[in-house]
Write a protein that binds this ligand. Structure first.
Ligand code: SAM
Length: 303
């Protein structure tokens, strides 16, 4: 346990997908005046340096964010709205113009919150939870943000329902342990009992592993049981490899590992605008980051 560090993966294609969608959802939530709560059950360190040893060893941002920007510039392609907003958000964290830092989900979410919205962050890794606390302190956001060095699946229970009955839960485990898949399912099931109208965003790796394959199918069943709408998006940037999960998701290891080629997001109670937005942004992500003929996306929904 705890060999996963997001510093090796910051800005990869999975982050591009996840953070683009996170921004669209949080922005949507701010359209109503009533405050809301964002719970990030697996928060990471909060912000990462793209020139760190970790990032330079893995080179994952090269295939993700940097490739997106390079292809758009080389081909003179204007970014569509969702991706444009994501890139503008990164620019706000890099005012000098050169891309040095990459904000993780906590700092991205916080940047869109109003003063009366709340952010609850869970991170278990001893080093990353300390770094997260430090980064959050620098925001001087006071009681708007709480950091917990606790298990995010367990901690989520005490956050639901949020006081205003409006909330977004991002569940973004490292899947370092096989049990994470089952824990995601039971946590979503429990959360829907506590707060059935919440928006739940689950990230998962698309890899050759039965648990990963089953996850979206099982989440679909849970949504259908409570008769709530769902959206399922996947993004593949290159032909898949069939390595073991740790080879694929990576820890602190060799730059030779093939890297994750595809990831998915399953969203329960998505904003009604999100599917139309993704219909435009997913093809552009493929166009800009896709590496071979197997690059592509899927988008399905139900209610
Ligand atoms: N959500 C972050 C982002 O998008 O910037 C990235 C999170 S990373 C994929 C997953 C994080 O979950 C790691 O930092 C890991 O240490 C942490 N973690 C693993 N198991 C956990 C648990 N049970 N509860 C809380 N955090 C956990």
């Amino acid at each position: 346990m705890f060999s996963y560090r997001h510093a090796y993966h910051a800005g990869n294609h999975a982050d591009v997908l996840k953070h683009t969608v996170l921004i669209a959802i949080v922005q949507y939530m701010t359209q109503k005046e009533v405050g809301f709560t964002v719970v990030d059950t697996h928060a990471g360190a909060g912000i990462y340096r793209l020139d760190s040893d970790a990032a330079e060893l893995s080179k994952e941002a090269e295939e993700g964010l940097r490739q997106l920007l390079k292809s758009a510039a080389d081909q003179g392609i204007e970014l569509e709205e969702m991706l444009g907003e994501y890139v503008q958000e990164l620019e706000r964290f890099n005012p000098s113009g050169s891309l040095k830092v990459y904000p993780g989900s906590p700092l991205i979410a916080q940047d869109y919150l109003r003063r009366h919205d709340k952010l609850k962050l869970f991170e278990l890794h001893p080093t990353d939870s300390r770094m997260l606390e430090k980064h959050v302190e620098q925001l001087r956001a006071g009681r708007q943000i709480n950091c917990y060095k606790e298990d995010g699946f367990e901690g989520l229970k005490k956050m639901l329902p949020p006081p205003t009955r409006r909330g977004v839960v991002l569940m973004d485990p490292s899947y370092e342990m096989k049990s994470d898949y089952a824990r995601v399912i039971s946590s979503v099931q429990d959360s829907l009992k506590r707060f059935v109208t919440g928006t739940y965003v689950v990230w998962y790796p698309v890899i050759a592993r039965p648990e990963a394959h089953d996850l979206p199918r099982r989440l679909k069943v849970l949504s259908q049981e409570v008769r709530k709408p769902w959206l399922h998006a996947t993004l593949r940037i290159k032909s898949g490899q069939m390595g073991s999960q740790l080879d694929v998701l990576g820890t602190n290891n060799s730059p030779k590992r093939p890297g994750l080629s595809a990831s998915g997001l399953f969203i329960i109670n998505p904003p009604h605008t999100l599917k139309a937005q993704l219909k435009v942004s997913l093809p552009q992500m493929v166009e800009l980051m896709g590496q071979d003929a197997l690059a592509g996306f899927t988008l399905e929904s139900g209610s």
